[in-house]
Design a protein around this ligand. Sequence first.
Ligand code: AMP
Ligand code: MG
Length: 309
Amino acid sequence: MFLSIDKAAEILKKGGIVAIPTETVYGLAGNAFNETAIAKIFAAKGRPYFDPLIVHIAEFSKFEDLVTEIPENAKLLAEKFWPGPLTLVLPKKEKVSNLITGGLSTVAVRMPKKQIARDIIKLAGPLAAPSANMFQRLSPTSVEHVVEQLGGKIDGIVDGGACEVGIESTVVGFENNMPVIYRPGAVTGEMIVECLGVGSWGVGSSKLSSPGLLKKHYCPSTPFFIGLPSEVPKNCGLLAFGELPVKSGEFAEVLNLSEKACSTEAAANLYGMLHKLDSCKLDKFFATLLPPAGLGNAINDRLIKASCR
Ligand code: AMP
Ligand code: MG
């Protein structure tokens, strides 16, 4: 089940699917130019075909190979934030499979930073890789999370330890040349407008602009709610951020995303703590949102989606 980088690359080149670590979350990778491999990814995850995959590259020249043209603003963002947790959406070349893009005329591309991912991509890439979890379940930030959801359904896993960033990449497209954030992440809107010297960024919310962005996503099995209950019920948990609320002693289980209220630390802990609370056999658990700025927006986005039923 656990593979070396070379063995993983060999399996990927033959059309297999392998979970690989990146700095955001573990991805379930397949050769981007092998439609059988792509179909296997959708089948293993139970992911609907309308939810497009991100193609992962290790060299800028491969970006030019996948998209019809790279506008100046996309170049600036790639120069500043690649390798890193930023995905760019641009019109695709014909050779990019419609299976990857969910039938869209655009393709989403990212250059990850984690060395293991880069080594595998250099040997076997470009790789299409969504998060290595079952559709609509919690994203994986450790090999244990991957084994729990996909063990037995995939051709192997490369162990790269914990994912440093801990939440999925920021997905950015362009409408009338202006940046539009389809999914918030560690590269924040503030960082994007500063890099481009533009006044503001758009927020892509429609299903049409980014079909995978369903309201319900990233869900634990235990009922999960945002906000604090006025009366703390028996056997319930709390996912806190910063200073603990007065009633914290009444919860059966309390985990703190970051005692020092640091959003970077909170992002790295987010999925691990959601997985942990989900495994505690609680009747339900609650979380408080972070201040809505920078990375706090991305974490809140995941918390709100995790609480949707
Ligand atoms: P995941 O691979 O699970 O991190 O999810 C990838 C997400 O990227 C999808 O659910 C979409 O929201 C977004 N995405 C991928 N391709 C496109 C695209 N061509 N246009 C807009 N959004 C995209
Ligand atoms: Mg995902």
